[in-house]
Design a protein around this ligand. Sequence first.
Ligand code: SF4
Length: 329
Amino acid sequence: MEIVIDDPRLRPIREKVESGQRLSYEDGVTLYRTSDILSVGYMANLVRERLHGQVTYFNVNRHINPTDVCVASCRLCAFGKRAKDPKAYTMSLEEVWYRAGEGWSEAVTEFHIVGGLHPELTLDWYCEMLRGLKTRFPQVHLKAFTMVEVAYLAQRGKVSVREVLERLRDAGMDSLPGGGAEIFCDRVRRIICDHKITGEQWIETARIAHSLGLHSNCTMLYGHIENAEDRADHLVKRRGLQDQTGGFVTFIPLAFHPIAQIALLFGADDLDGTVVEEKIYYDAGATTSQSLRRRELLQLIRKAGREPVERDTLYRPVTRTDTAFTVLV
Ligand code: SF4
């Protein structure tokens, strides 16, 4: 596909993209500011097809949110609740393990586990939860805890972030989902999530996780009060850590879900998982069904003209029969 670039500011960026050069922070700001959205899509798609061809990844996973009790009160969050809120819930360990077993017929390859910052659940409790999951579902990858939860466990337990991560890893945590990154810029964080760790602390926690052999994702929550500079800054910081550790497996722009098929033609190459139960978006007012079945995901990707490839958490292709699945390494 060859297109005419309308915005002259994009022409040098296009040259860089076509010749495989890195974009700068200033390039990022320009891309966010332009109204020439088709040119941006063209360039993003060029890189995406260079890296992945027609392949679009997805993952059969199951979300578990052990508690929505949270001591923080981030302004953009409709999930976290005060402990005394009658609608708040906290699962017992047995309930977590039971919930994990529901939907097992879909042969999930990953449990995605995040929750609120509970004032009483201890590091020992979470380690027990992980051990119980590993014992019951040894072949399932445990992707658990945002950097914010990890830092909170360290603060509450008066131990280092490294120790928390080591203990969680030793109990069965395989990787981290990378949530809570929001926008790294302090000015924005002070308004949308002032009880959370700073952007720098988020990056430092991720750095330690990566140094311990744990991969993670990195999110960016956009479309609220942040500006083009904040977004570009977020991406450059994330890329900087990736250059040093190589520990991020994917980047997740969080306002991306409602426009998924269009996004597949604008640079996106992954549609997350089948998400059998996910309370965070639902509590935030999503009116669509909480679950997206494997068959629906396949259809959605094919209708966008892409080729679906089921993956595990670390992006190894999964082949499936009716009764079993194998990860190709
Ligand atoms: S975003 Fe996370 S830390 Fe903030 S209130 Fe919600 S659950 Fe708590």
